[in-house]
Write a protein that binds this ligand. Sequence first.
Ligand SMILES: NC(=O)c1ccc[n+]([C@@H]2O[C@H](COP(=O)([O-])OP(=O)(O)OC[C@H]3O[C@@H](n4cnc5c(N)ncnc54)[C@H](O)[C@@H]3O)[C@@H](O)[C@H]2O)c1
Length: 435
Amino acid sequence: MNFKKVCILGLGYIGLPTASTFATHGVKVLGVDVNPHIVETLRSGEIHIHEPGLRDVVKAALASGNFSVSTQPEESDAFIIAVPTPFHHNKFGEYNGQHFKLADMGAVQSATEAVVPFLRKGNLVVLESTSPPRTTLELIAPILARSGLQAGRDFYLAYSPERVLPGQILRELIENARVIGGTTPESAKAGADLYSIFVKGEIIQTDATTAEMVKLMENTYRDVNIAIANEFARLADKFGVDVWEAISLANRHPRVKILSPGPGVGGHCISVDPWFLVESAPELTSLIYTSRKVNDAQPHYVVDLVKRALGSLQGKRIAALGLAYKPDVDDLRESPAVEVVRVLQVEGAQVKAWEPFKPDANVEDISMASSLEDALKDSDAILWLVRHTEFINLKPADIASKTKARIIIDTVNGWNVKEWQSAGFAVSRLGVRKQ
Ligand SMILES: NC(=O)c1ccc[n+]([C@@H]2O[C@H](COP(=O)([O-])OP(=O)(O)OC[C@H]3O[C@@H](n4cnc5c(N)ncnc54)[C@H](O)[C@@H]3O)[C@@H](O)[C@H]2O)c1
């Protein structure tokens, strides 16, 4: 199939890199977002998210004349839907007395509805948003049928999961293997034709529900494995073992690859997607459910660690380093670091948080520092929550000169204990009994 014009709905971390990459590969792209502020920002040549290299690609896309943005779709050869699929914050499912989170498919539904008036025979529609199994067949196809056209007969419909790593999106978008699940084999083929415009990785065709499952299985696999690493950290602490040493030794086994523990699991993918499987089949997902619970409880475990390091939390001033959900990104969504700070405050601590990737972040109930120095200034302890590279590089002697705090709590195992101890700090680490 030949694609001259593509309409991409949702210009966030996924949609914007995808739109600008298509545009720099010679395709006319209309990027659509319901947020007029985002559309205006892009029109003025700026970008609203932090992703290395993205500004240059967006600039190149705009300069090529191939990329325009709007709040409304237009007729196109293909439509790609890359809108958010978070979970509901105040609506839960229940099975056997256990509560689980539910996917909020509102944005997917309204983006699909927005395509209906512009859908024509021979078009291709691809859903990229991470979605519960059977969404393409049971939610998307019926909405698009309101156009009078039928998926598989009049137009092509496919699901293609996105598996890029924030921080590496532009490279991975091109190099990663891509799975395209068609509602018919012809739809999968049409999807493969579209993405082969820029994808250099392997393109694998399958059916739509398999492709939906693939994405959910990938993230659930990681969530379950992080949960076991977090439980190992708790066990190591109990038995006086250094979990980081134990994991590195266990990983010398040729068939073992234990992941790293940490303050919890966050972001819009790994902490969310397993719930889509639980919601779809609660009777079959007790392991997945339990892993989510273990990881959601991890911030509370970190708070206990801080309490042990400080004796009590009441009135203690803590400098929290990092609020993002993972290293070297500015994304605070579902971040366990944010949760740690909130719980510490509930328990009476006064926390000042420093997030170098989002210094102007306005996070409800959290007092943000304007700089590292500001966070450290009056603190009694330093709590390291996100393994940003610039925190790894902090020099103990330099930090000692900026604060009276002489207690550090490292939840990511990034600092050399001996160096910090030599500079006069008492060091607590996650998964290691106090040293
Ligand atoms: N960010 C990632 O690393 C990543 C990786 C894999 C999969 N995903 C999945 O991709 C999807 C998109 O994620 P994201 O991180 O790009 O989200 P995002 O929040 O960064 O961006 C989504 C954009 O969609 C816009 N939007 C909402 N409703 C819309 C509508 N009806 N029409 C048009 N635009 C609309 C929002 O204003 C926002 O700008 C999600 O399902 C996510 O789970 C994300």
